[in-house]
Design a protein around this ligand. Structure first.
Ligand SMILES: C[S@@+](CC[C@H](N)C(=O)[O-])C[C@H]1O[C@@H](n2cnc3c(N)ncnc32)[C@H](O)[C@@H]1O
Length: 310
């Protein structure tokens, strides 16, 4: 059965239209959400998503597979939200409980990362974080860029394309993430700037103190047992004027979220305790709710911060 997507305000590029058709065909209940979401995506962003789908197709992936990746995240997140509303805690709290089933499971991690890359456009809050990243990324700054947990590689690639840093290092604990990021860079950004992608545990890797002019860590803090250690390590590695960009989420369950932040205030205190100061921030409550309502009803809030060393 082929189900047509409801008309969006801007014409969808071919690959995006095919993806959306498949998503709605496989999960008709998602039609309203995705139609509303698409109305918020600009034509240049749709063109980027189209290029991304095209890149995936050139890797031999099908639109049906990408729709399955995306809907896997949608389904898994919904299941975890139900668990969270009932138990008021995330299902897991240690890395040992999720490491093998997520980060070191190539099949699941691929699903997860392709799906997550697509949410950067189709989930309004994720799109806002991505826009905030692009808007705050310094231009005209030289030096070394470090990213922890690039995952699908989309932020890393964007930094290579839009910033003027000289070298780019990405470190991720998952081989799958490293391979995905490398493939993305080689496809879109090969030969433009020097880059290095390393499979590493950020806390166990020896990196130079005050050695980086930008440190980016998107959606990692909620995946680790001790977020304070990650932030202290960032403060140690960043030089005095470094651009530091961190995103995370509050009351936002997912299969591999193990650290529960309950309020934005907790993060403010944590940054302060770890030697970091907030320069600007973006707080995105749950769709259709205020921040206070989201907090009271334990609904997900997405947050992003530009930080500097104190
Ligand atoms: C949810 S993904 C985030 C992807 C991307 N940065 C984004 O913002 O969408 C989290 C990534 O962090 C990586 N990660 C988790 N723990 C890590 C650690 N201790 N050291 C390095 N990477 C880690 C995971 O393998 C995964 O690729």
């Amino acid at each position: 059965m082929t189900v047509q997507a409801a008309p969006a305000p801007v014409a969808l590029p071919e690959n995006v239209a095919a993806l959306i058709d498949k998503v709605i065909e496989d999960n008709p209940m998602h039609r309203n959400f995705v139609t509303r979401a698409l109305a918020n995506v600009t034509a240049p962003e749709l063109a980027h998503l189209d290029d991304y789908i095209n890149f995936c197709k050139q890797k031999g992936l099908t639109v049906a597979y990408l729709a399955e990746c995306y809907l896997t995240i949608v389904g898994d997140t919904l299941r975890e939200q139900i668990y969270f509303q009932k138990h008021k805690k995330y299902r897991y709290s240690t890395f040992a409980e999720v490491g093998d089933s997520v980060y070191f499971n190539e099949e699941y991690m691929s699903f997860y990362m392709y799906g997550l890359a697509i949410t950067s456009y189709l989930w309004p809050n994720h799109l806002d974080l991505f826009r905030f990243f692009r808007e705050t990324l310094p231009t005209g700054k030289a030096g070394k860029y470090l990213e922890i947990g690039p995952g699908h590689g989309y932020f890393f690639m964007t930094a290579m394309e839009q910033s003027t840093f000289d070298t780019f290092t990405g470190g991720d604990i998952s081989e799958t993430s490293i391979a995905m990021t490398r493939a993305l860079i080689e496809h879109f950004g090969a030969g433009k700037k020097p880059f290095d992608l390393v499979c590493m545990d950020f806390l166990k890797t020896d990196l130079p103190e005050n050695g980086f002019d930008a440190v980016v860590m998107g959606e990692v803090l909620e995946h680790v047992e001790q977020p304070d250690l990650f932030l202290k390590q960032i403060a140690r590695l960043a030089n005095k004027n470094a651009h530091i960009f961190v995103t995370t989420c509050i009351n936002a369950p997912a299969v591999d979220h193990i650290y529960l932040f309950k309020t934005p205030d907790e993060l403010v205190k944590l940054f302060d305790d770890c030697g970091l100061k907030i320069k600007s921030q973006l707080i995105r409550p749950y769709e259709g709710k205020t921040e206070a309502e989201s907090l009271a009803q334990l609904l997900p809030i997405n947050v992003a911060y530009v930080l500097e060393k104190k």
